[in-house]
Design a binder for this molecule. Structure first.
Ligand code: PMP
Ligand code: GLN
Length: 416
């Protein structure tokens, strides 16, 4: 086998999806809605399938033309920069492939990539596969012991500044963040932008949860800050945008001089993403362009619905003695579960996993295997060096039907 696969063979999603499938009755683990996408995109998909033979054939490699046009029209208005549909956008197989293409296209052997922790787990193996060196900077809770909001988790500007070296090529941020739910404020993004401009560093900004903000938090695109368009790759996901994660339509938006290198990777790996799914996402954005800012907009309706689910899960977790960190955005809520961890003894059959041999893993496995409630350990979103400090947290996905949340409540209440 090739050396690039060394050390990255274990994967949290593969492991926990298997575990959840085998044992769990209620799945608040992997992040996906267990409800249907909105009617207008479902209809658009069906319409695409019946539109004639060409919808079943290859389309433009770098993005189906109707999709890049509708993304350019929509995001030019949001970013405040005229986006060229053919030069400045690459449509990918989910945000995953946009991330992969970005690292492959831009990172050389030995380049350093600053990653803000906690981070969506694939950033680390993707940087390594490109020959890069991940350099971690943790968000830390402001320490008064009563942290309740993801907004209390912040970067230290001095610590961040100390991570830049002459080898730093890129910095990765994720706002709204998975798993914490932090939504970066303009001042925080400006501080990051200033450092990246000073050191001539690229920013890879993973914004797959961009429409999902709660309680007045506002999503700001770092690409919209002065001097940042030229050095930012903004990554989005049709799956997260329209609650259709299985469609696997994603995109990268950046200046043409950056996108052209990502196109080279893309044309030599996957070539393009499924045509009817791209057509349906295009129609979704066309519709959203027309109703943007009105109560008709799915980008208002979805966060309103999730706001309720978030609060429901939070009260449930509090009622069983857990301490949830209220997310300002995204799909997830994390909670300190150390209060219920100790004293749980269980016979764990599968000792072979990466997560074995730790007290929190025992508790966690007890949840999934014995109680039937699947969640994800937050340490999966940290480098091995820093994971220890955060292994008392678990992540719950609340983008679920009321009945699913109620079933989770039944399980949690049993041992409260
Ligand atoms: N980035 C983050 C932060 C995610 O949580 C996910 C998972 N949805 C992705 C990227 C990948 O998105 P996609 O399903 O569009 O590949
Ligand atoms: N992004 C989703 C999550 O964080 C799913 C990722 C995956 O299944 N690979 O749960």
């Amino acid at each position: 086998h090739a050396n690039r696969t060394n050390g990255i063979d274990k994967n949290v999603w593969v492991e926990f999806t298997q575990l959840a499938a085998a044992y769990s009755k209620v799945n608040l683990g992997q992040g996906f809605p267990d409800f249907a996408p909105p009617k207008f995109v479902q209809e658009a998909f069906c319409h695409a399938l019946n539109e004639g033979p060409m919808m079943h054939q290859y389309t433009r490699a770098f993005g189906h033309v109707p999709l890049v046009k509708s993304l350019a029209k929509f995001f030019s208005r949001v970013i405040g920069h005229e986006i060229d549909p053919l030069e400045d956008i690459l449509v990918t197989v989910g945000a995953y492939q946009a991330l992969f293409s970005a690292f492959q296209a831009l990172i050389n052997e030995g380049d350093e990539v600053i990653i803000v922790e906690p981070f969506f787990d694939c950033y680390q193996p993707m940087v390594k596969m490109a020959g890069g060196q991940p350099v971690y900077i943790p968000l830390r809770p402001v320490s008064d012991g009563s942290v309740l909001s993801s907004g209390d988790w912040v970067l230290s500007p001095e610590e961040l500044a100390s991570k830049f070296t002459p080898r730093t090529k890129a910095l990765v941020i994720n706002t709204p963040n998975n798993p914490l739910g932090k939504v970066y404020k303009t001042e925080e993004l400006q501080m990051i932008a200033d450092l990246c401009i000073k050191h001539d560093v690229l920013v890879i900004s993973d914004e797959v949860y961009e429409w999902l903000t709660y309680d007045g938090a506002k999503h700001v695109k770092i690409a919209s800050l002065p001097g940042m368009w030229e050095r930012t790759i903004t990554i989005g996901s049709g799956g997260k945008t329209f609650s259709a994660t299985g469609w696997k339509v994603g995109w990268a938006i950046s200046s043409g001089h950056i996108i052209k290198h990502m196109k080279t990777i893309h044309q030599n790996t996957v070539y393009h993403c499924a045509t009817p799914a791209q057509e349906a996402v295009a129609r979704g954005f066309e519709r959203e362009y027309e109703v943007f800012g009105t109560p008709e907009s799915y980008f208002q309706q979805l966060p309103a619905m999730l706001h309720h689910k978030k609060n429901k899960l939070a009260s449930l977790l509090k009622s069983v003695g857990l301490k949830p960190i209220m997310p300002e955005g995204g799909y997830f809520m994390t909670a300190d579960f150390s209060s219920i961890s100790m004293g749980i003894i269980v016979d764990i059959k599968d000792g072979s996993t990466v997560f074995s041999g730790k007290w929190w893993f025992i508790t966690f496995t007890w949840f999934v295997c014995v109680q039937g409630l699947a969640t994800i350990p937050v340490s999966a979103f940290y480098s091995p060096e820093h994971g220890k400090e955060f292994d008392k947290y678990i992540r719950f996905c609340f983008v679920k039907e009321e009945a699913t949340l109620d079933a989770a409540a039944e399980i949690l209440k049993k041992w409260s």
